[in-house]
Design a protein around this ligand. Structure first.
Ligand SMILES: [Zn+2]
Length: 314
């Protein structure tokens, strides 16, 4: 989840309803991001979800009109499909998925932040790791914790019918089976491997498709500002996890992150590993701190940490 601090501040100055205020997100000026131009928009798209076929049996389901610019992925095998992340819970992602496949759908989140589990409640077959953080987040999130995600500043388009900032919340979901590091998910003709990569959250995971060399990285890597700011983020674990992903780069053709743009080059994982190590050694250059946030800019991404974060011995 990004924008956490902005959300808190907006919450303090906007205690009243938003119903009559039109969408006004500053990020709207950046849309559409260039990475989408290589792909054709799929007819399953709606006013809220933009669907793109990235490859045979692989769809990106994006929510570009909300400031998270989150991307969920539907991976379709011969026997069943896997929905990797379920979005913000503001649109009807189930209806979109049903337009893309008739096969049974299993849902797995890259981690349990609100913009990745919002649509889980619409599905019955839900996999997740068994961590205290996951168990807590499976209970849902109340309106007070997420209302700013549906505020005018968070949006470029009106919310889907039936959703408002005053009522939006994350509904609870029920996990039916647990995954661990190394769990194989066989979709029929396509086997995905779960890699536990804690750090961004205690339950962060990546999905590796060895047959095509694809890696789905959730929020541990995507193109843009990578948030390592939350209380539940563990820097030592993140360093080990991003190093593990970077070590996989020679076997990869494509990396699919969970925000902004759907495709990145595997070499970016190596760059993030090295950049994060420099941040932790105290040798990376930061922008002046903005409140509690400190941003380390790099060429194709930036790292956002909490000001005053610990630095490791050189
Ligand atoms: Zn996220």
């Amino acid at each position: 989840m990004r924008e956490a601090l902005i959300a808190i501040l907006l919450g303090l100055i906007s205690p009243i309803g938003y119903a009559d205020t039109p969408p006004s997100g500053a990020f709207c000026a950046n849309l559409p991001r260039p990475g989408w131009a290589a792909f054709e928009r799929h007819h399953a798209s709606t006013d809220w979800f933009q669907v793109y076929a990235l490859a045979d049996g692989l769809f990106a389901i994006a929510e570009p009109y909300q400031w998270q610019e989150v991307i969920s992925y539907l991976i379709v095998g011969q026997d069943r499909a896997l929905l990797f992340d379920s979005g913000n819970g503001m649109g009807d992602i189930r209806a979109v998925v049903d337009r893309l496949t008739n096969l049974p759908v299993t849902v797995l989140a890259s981690h349990s932040h609100i913009d990745h589990v919002g649509g889980h409640w619409q599905f019955a077959d839900i996999l997740a790791p068994d961590t205290p953080f996951t168990r807590q987040r499976a209970k849902g999130r109340a309106n007070a914790a997420v209302r700013e995600e549906a505020s005018p500043e968070a949006l470029c388009r009106p919310l889907p019918v039936g959703i408002s900032a005053d009522t939006h919340h994350i509904k609870p979901f029920h996990v039916v089976s647990h995954v661990v590091d190394g769990t194989r998910i066989d979709l029929g003709g396509r086997v995905l491997k779960v890699m536990m990569i804690p750090g961004h959250t205690p339950d962060s995971l990546a999905l590796f498709d060895p047959s095509e060399g694809r890696l789905f990285t959730g929020d541990s890597y995507y193109k843009g500002p990578i948030w390592l700011f939350a209380a539940e983020t563990d820097h030592a674990k993140y360093a080990a996890s991003i190093a593990r992903l970077a070590a996989l780069a020679p076997k990869l053709t494509t990396v699919h992150g969970a925000h902004n743009e759907p495709v990145s080059d595997p070499s970016e994982l190596v760059k993030v590993r090295d950049a994060f190590a420099a941040v932790m050694r105290g040798t990376a250059k930061a922008k002046p701190a903005d409140g509690q946030q400190i941003t380390y800019p790099f060429e194709s991404f930036s790292l956002i940490l909490r000001a005053g974060h610990p630095v490791w011995p050189r």
